[in-house]
Design a protein around this ligand. Structure first.
Ligand code: GDP
Length: 238
């Protein structure tokens, strides 16, 4: 099946993010999008590079989808499961590289790039590290035309923390479209998951730049991965 949407030119940079994240149209229905996404992520995915500053990023010639979250939220596990690889994200997650943007390329020729943002909010982080994180991420969010959407990972056990709310404010202020992804859904009881899903959904909907539908995932169980892959492809087609 062709991966191109009816409008063509998938992944070409410089297009505006949809005004209303709930009303986007990739030109594919849900089932076709999931199937296209499944095929895309079953194909080649590779680590390209780590970029400590914007000038080290590749040319902005394809769509980028960024992944953000508190350290330990399960971001590496999610990226590995999403891309059907065991150690893709970890290979670049060595200490010292934690304040860099890790770039992965999906498809040959490259259809989209995944950008793994450094984790935030670890308790013992020195102040200047937090400042560096803010500069790097703000530069990226504000300066990168091909960034189509940020996926904001939230641990199901905790829901939003204040530090997550600070990041949502950065995203709202930068007018970067984002979508909330709950992680580690297997770690809590179904009733607790229903409650945190409801609360998180309600709060996300109060944010202007947030997608109205959150996605519940478990990298451990594979839960939500089809939807997540489709969400990545859909955002890349915006
Ligand atoms: P990162 O720091 O955000 O990259 O987080 P990691 O992917 O390294 O995950 C942090 C910890 O949570 C590790 O011990 C993972 O095994 C665990 N973890 C991540 N995702 C899941 C999940 O879906 N379910 C469960 N039970 N554990 C998870």
């Amino acid at each position: 099946m062709a991966l191109q949407p009816q409008s063509g030119a998938a992944g070409v940079g410089g297009r505006d993010v949809s005004d209303d994240a709930g009303q986007e149209d990739s030109g594919l229905d849900d089932a076709a999008l999931e199937e296209a996404a499944r095929k895309l992520f079953a194909g080649p995915v590779s680590f390209l590079k780590s970029a400590p500053e914007l000038k080290f990023l590749p040319d902005p010639d394809v769509a980028e989808i960024a992944f953000a979250g508190r350290s330990n939220v399960g971001k590496s596990s999610l990226l590995n499961r999403l891309t059907n690889r065991n150690a893709l994200a970890r290979t670049s997650n060595t200490p010292g590289r934690t304040q860099e943007l890790n770039i992965f390329e999906v498809g040959v020729p490259v259809r989209l790039r995944l950008v793994d943002m450094p984790g935030y909010g670890f308790a013992k982080a020195p102040k200047d590290l937090a400042r560096r994180w803010r500069y790097l991420v703000n530069d990226y969010l504000r300066g990168r035309q091909v960034l189509k959407r940020t996926l904001l990972l939230i641990d199901s056990r905790h829901g939003f923390k204040d530090v997550d709310r600070e990041v949502m404010k950065m995203l709202d202020d930068a007018a970067v479209s984002y979508r909330v992804i709950l992680t580690k859904a297997d770690k809590i009881k179904a009733s607790e998951l229903a409650e945190v899903t409801h609360q998180t959904q309600e709060e996300a909907r109060r944010h202007p730049a947030a997608h109205p539908e959150i996605i519940v995932t478990s990298s451990e169980k594979g839960l939500g991965m089809d939807r997540l892959r489709a969400a990545v492809l859909e955002a890349a087609l915006l």
